[in-house]
Design a protein around this ligand. Sequence first.
Ligand SMILES: *Cc1c(COP(=O)(O)O)cnc(C)c1O
Length: 397
Amino acid sequence: MNQPAQSVDAHSIMFITQRPELIMVEGQGSWLTDNQGKRYLDFLQGWAVNCLGHGNLGMIEALNAQAKKLINPSPAFYNEPMIRLANLLTANSCFHKVFFANSGAEANEGAIKLARKWGQLNKSGAFEIITFDHSFHGRTIATMSASGKPGWDTMFAPQVAGFPKADLNDLDSVKKQVTDKTVAVMIEPVQGEGGVIPASAEFMQGLRQFTKENNILLIVDEVQAGCGRTGTLFAYQHYGIEPDIMTLGKGIGGGVPLSALMATDAVACFVPGDQGGTYNGNPLMTAVGISVIEQLLAPGFLDAVKAKGQLLRSELLALSEEFSLEGERGEGLLRALILSKDVGGKLVELARDRSPEGLLINSPRPNLLRFMPALNVSDDEIRQMCNMLRELLKQVA
Ligand SMILES: *Cc1c(COP(=O)(O)O)cnc(C)c1O
């Protein structure tokens, strides 16, 4: 029924990644539709971005209402949605101050600047930020330098200095990197791009205690793991700790470009001139952010995310058993299936190309499949995804 997609004339698009020969035109909930009318069950959701799925009515209404009212008063003035969203975020976290930006990388740049500023004021100019092997913090020059992605140290050399690397879940490896220039440790509570590797409770608690005792800031990069993804509003809340700085992105906008840098009063030391940005706190995006956070905080929503995470986990474990794979891991609705062979890329293609309905999944490592569905995905859709996957696993067995 579905015709093969016609070749796409994208010669004006700068080539930065291999894209399939199809154009996505519509979305509803957990489903995307391409220009040939083929439907796809979407377990990517823009890389854990569309936390409420496609076509969420609350978001659409917020966007429309704000667009009619005021799109851009200028960042030199307060606007209503900016203030309301900031209050919502501080009321539901351990942080007191928020700076809004447009992307995860930009929020992390802000976190790096804030930590360095704090080091200038409080720690004789300490500026080193310990980060982790296989971590991902963004694609600006500084956040690439902070990232522990193999090969990124030389890609656009020279790097920004001052990001020594430690090993996740190994406190001794952190201690080894500490010098009198250390100002902070920056960590993803669950390494997302690195392959969905959660930091253990023992490690996070030990890290918080160690950093506190040594006057070192703890920065959590919750761009991927925050905003309900792991079943709590913020991932640090699983560990019973309070970081000094947190960054949010992806889910906070539910699909629109919005991110946030948050800090405690003790650490929020920017003065005028230190930080800014043309679109910071723009009302169009922050109005959508309010809708997103209010929906995440609605009674029962986060409990349902936990329950769906458990369902996805048990379905993936059943597949692992059936096909003698290496199990699964993750937190909430950020999960990975560990394959026994390097067939992740092949499975991603087979899943997308299957008919009549395609399936969108991702393979951050050759032996791994990652799942980042909408947080309001249905139980049926989770089972449907696993049934599609079962078929595909038979094909590559
Ligand atoms: C995606 C991601 C980023 C970068 O966010 P962008 O919006 O792409 O700049 C940073 N940190 C983590 C943990 C991410 O997953």
